[in-house]
Ligand binder design. Structure first.
Ligand code: HEM
Length: 338
């Protein structure tokens, strides 16, 4: 996830985005499920980075099945479970959530195991610059004899699940919300197109070196993450010791949820908080960043457990959005006039 690592796999992102463009072009004249296209692109970019594979062509059905399973995973994670409130009821699994979750997780583990089996048959995966890919490094940790540093196969699967789900759904949802908000606000959309015209000109291809100059689009992505944070309660945190914070005692092993969704819509910090207003970020684009050090805007969390994929997420969200708007800009310009 370092800059060096991300630059080494730029080609993967470039290739998947080109593939998305080709797919969309191929469907001119017929309806297209853009959501599926965006999901497959973010999913393929992530798995390319992890093990050098992707699910395109015939295999894209598996990618779509992954999306369905993933939606089920999110549904089960967020569904209120009476067993969490009254642990004494846990053995009865009254709502069947635990058994459904086990079935769902097994689907993912089988998927990862087939990838691992393929890798074992083929030997080392494709090399990114002069390094091994992520899966190769996990497998080497798995084969280490040392109890302290080696990881089990179950842990290998869990790490893969953590990264694929953490990377795919969040970026995909933000891109979808970003497009939705712009379609709801044609004046903002016009500004995005004007900026793209000025920076990309009449080329049809957006490259990553264009991104730092697309300041309005960056503000759009930040404003989208403010109003629609994909992890509205972040991840649950749990203190390993009882602590007192600002006069509140937080007992050891209690779950703490940070309601970033409510904080980022709080009128105490944000003027007209429910209004989609990327301009709010424009003059403070450096100050209102993703580092988690301003407590009115932290969609990626804060502190030691802050998201590890911020740079990658930023690149992929900006690249996909800029590419889609460049691709559709003629049609959009016509539509925005109406
Ligand atoms: C818009 C995109 C994304 C958002 C909004 C997001 C948000 C988050 C949040 C809120 C957390 C928990 C932080 C906390 O509890 O304080 C997290 C953790 C994590 N994210 Fe992301 N994420 C995004 C993209 C990504 C990407 C692209 C990757 C990987 C390539 C990734 C990998 C992870 C991992 C592995 C963790 C767990 C880190 C840990 O537990 O130490 N995320 N993310």
């Amino acid at each position: 996830m370092s800059n060096k690592g991300l630059n080494a796999c730029y080609e993967f992102r470039r290739r998947e985005i080109r593939y998305m463009v080709k797919n969309i072009h191929g469907k001119i004249g017929s309806p297209i499920n853009l959501s599926e296209q965006i999901f497959l692109t973010t999913f393929n970019v992530t798995v390319n980075m992890l093990w050098g594979g992707s699910l395109n062509g015939e295999e894209s059905n598996l990618g779509i099945e992954f999306k369905d399973q993933f939606e089920e995973f999110v549904r089960l994670m967020v569904e209120p479970n009476v067993s969490d409130m009254f642990p004494v009821l846990r053995p009865f699994d009254l709502q069947g959530i635990e058994s459904k979750a086990k079935k769902n997780i097994s689907w993912f583990y089988e998927f990862f195991e087939s990838v691992i089996e393929q890798r074992k048959k083929l030997g080392e995966g494709p090399k990114m610059a002069d390094s091994k890919d992520f899966l190769q490094q996990l497998l080497e940790l798995n084969q280490k004899g040392d109890v302290k540093t080696s990881i089990s196969m179950k842990e290998t699967n869990a790490v893969l699940l953590n990264i694929v789900t953490g990377a795919t759904d969040t970026a995909f949802t933000t891109i979808e919300w970003g497009m939705t908000e712009l379609l709801r606000h044609p004046d903002k959309l016009r500004r995005v197109i004007e900026e793209l015209d000025a920076i990309i000109g009449d080329q049809n291809i957006v490259e990553e070196f264009h991104l730092p100059r697309l300041l309005y689009l960056e503000a759009v992505v930040k404003e989208t993450l403010r109003i629609h944070p994909p992890a509205p309660l972040l991840m649950p945190h749990m203190p390993s010791e009882t602590i007192v914070v600002a006069g509140y005692t937080i007992p050891k092993n209690f779950n703490i949820f940070f309601n970033v969704w409510a904080i980022q819509r709080d009128a105490e910090f944000w003027e007209d908080p429910l209004q989609f207003e990327p301009e709010m970020f424009l003059n403070v684009i450096e100050k209102r960043n993703y580092k988690g050090n301003s407590f009115d805007f932290f969609p990626f969390g804060s502190g030691r457990r802050i998201c590890i994929g911020i740079s990658m997420a930023e690149k992929i969200m900006m690249l996909v959005l800029a590419t889609l708007f460049v691709l559709f800009r003629m049609g959009i310009a016509e539509w925005a006039k109406t």
